[in-house]
Write a protein that binds this ligand. Structure first.
Ligand SMILES: Cc1ncc(COP(=O)(O)O)c(C=O)c1O
Length: 467
């Protein structure tokens, strides 16, 4: 007679079975795991995850894009240990504590002068949600009528809360909830592989330059509603969940100019791109323009613990600073806002950036990855190869000349994931886009081997599905 999960002895061999019985995993069709087990991760170190049998897997997606310096980095772990002795948690209204103060001070030193007020929360969705609500209320507090429209990009992704989904541009994620979300203006993405303006690829190396006609589409849309736009929200340079779409810096330069001209806020969602992933501390640095709101999370703690911050300007802050009775207070907050242990982890991650000269070590690795990734253009199914910083993506297609997507029923990306696991790689795809989103500590030797193994895995799947 089989015991049920609540009475069964928590013997480690039973854990996968108990998981199947009790747990519902995120972004997962649980039926896929009817006949197979989830990967049971028992421990991690550096760039590797280890299963119960001690088999190791390269964490090529940095555990959903947050691990910065590898897992269990001793400097971060030590900061956490020390903090545990002192203060575990305290609400952040009417109280304060060391971690977030020190963190705000150190982050401010890394940011342009305009970004000088820090509002903490605890995950990426809330970091963006805070920016949306602050921007929206800013106009109300200033008694400006009608600025209520948010503009974002198709293929954009900003989180899973209703507010952030209202701006999201990935239909598979937001579709079922369309009646619950508010109206926003989504414009075609600067997706060079399938240019919305029908242009050739923007290629600064080969000198084939379009004139960013994709930006003209955005500009036309924004100008049409100029006095209604509250904020334009984008993931700068790299649109992650929408398929690791990389777009030119010039787009951001023009976007900053446009927002200034129409008087709208500009929000950069750097939840995924922040903290070195694009080769600079923040992606917007490539373009040399600053937003009115900067949303940070994931890598802020080196990926060890959840924390987020929305950084804005004194101008925005001043619009809320008034006598209480004026009703301008920002009524928003989360229980674990600026949690002391998470803040300590974030300070530890900044220590690692400094001590290990992480940013200085990146250009060589980035150049290597961005050059070597092109090898995969010869691999069957690979239609496009793109990347920035420590990110490289390979879009699989059915017909390379016509850029025709693969039949979704083949689930090619999923097959690559399964075959990758056999080879000790976590190649969790975004539909049929396979990508590496690497911890910053990955070495060039590891990058080289990873690219070989990724190519072999895709080749294997190509032949399995008859290509
Ligand atoms: C750009 C971006 N914004 C926001 C989010 C949401 O972050 P979280 O999953 O922590 O809510 C993500 C998550 O992947 C993201 O990539």
């Amino acid at each position: 007679m089989s015991k049920d999960a609540s009475t069964r002895n928590m013997d480690i061999r039973h854990l996968p079975e108990t998981d199947r019985e009790l747990i519902w995993h995120p972004y997962t069709q649980m039926k896929d795991f009817e006949a197979m087990s989830l990967l049971f991760v028992d421990r991690a170190r550096g760039v590797y995850l280890y299963d119960l049998d001690g088999k190791r897997y390269f964490d090529t997606i940095s555990s959903w894009w947050c691990i910065t310096h590898g897992h269990n980095h001793p400097v971060i772990m030590e900061r956490i240990r020390r903090q545990l002795e002192r203060l575990d948690q305290v609400h952040f209204a009417g109280t304060t504590h060391r971690g977030p103060i020190e963190l705000a001070r150190r982050l401010k030193a890394l940011l342009p002068g305009r970004l000088s007020k820090f509002f903490f929360s605890d995950n990426g969705s809330t970091a963006v949600e805070v920016a949306l609500k602050m921007s929206f209320q800013y106009w109300k507090n200033l008694a400006v009528d009608g600025r209520e429209l948010f503009v974002s990009l198709e293929r954009g992704y900003h989180g899973d809360t209703l507010g952030t989904m209202s701006l999201g541009g990935v239909p598979a994620f937001e579709g079922p909830f369309s009646k619950l979300t508010f109206d926003s203006l989504r414009v075609p993405a600067p997706y060079c592989y399938r240019c919305p303006a029908g242009q050739e690829r923007y290629d600064p190396v080969l000198g084939r330059r379009c004139n960013l006609e994709c930006f003209d589409i955005l500009e036309r849309n924004v100008r049409q509603h100029a006095r209604k736009v509250c904020a334009v929200v984008v993931e700068p340079l790299l649109m992650g969940a929408g398929g690791m779409v990389v777009y030119p810096e010039e787009y951001l330069v023009r976007l900053r100019g446009l927002c200034d001209r129409v008087g709208a806020h500009l929000v950069f969602d750097e939840v995924a791109t922040g903290f070195g992933r694009t080769g600079k501390m923040f992606a917007f640095e490539h373009a040399g323009v600053a937003p009115d709101f900067l949303c940070l999370s994931k890598g802020i703690t080196g990926g060890a613990l959840p924390l987020a911050v929305t950084v804005t300007s004194r101008d925005v802050f001043r619009a809320f600073y008034a006598e209480y009775t004026e009703g301008k207070t920002f009524f928003h907050g989360h229980t674990f806002t600026a949690n002391p242990i998470c803040s300590a982890a974030a300070l530890g991650s900044l220590d690692v950036f400094e001590k290990e000269k992480v940013l200085q070590s990146l250009p060589r690795k980035v150049e290597f990855l961005q050059e070597e990734k092109k090898r995969l253009l010869d691999v069957p199914l690979v239609g496009d190869v793109r990347g920035i910083g420590m990110v490289a993506a390979f879009e699989l297609v059915g017909d390379r000349k016509k850029r025709t997507p693969l039949d979704p029923g083949l689930r090619a990306g999923w097959q690559v994931y399964l075959k990758g696991l056999e080879r000790g790689l976590i190649l969790r795809p975004l539909s049929d886009v396979i990508y590496l989103f690497l911890p910053l500590c990955t070495t060039t030797e590891q990058i080289s081997r990873l690219l070989d193994r990724t190519a072999d895995t895709i080749r294997q799947v190509a032949s399995m599905i008859g290509y």
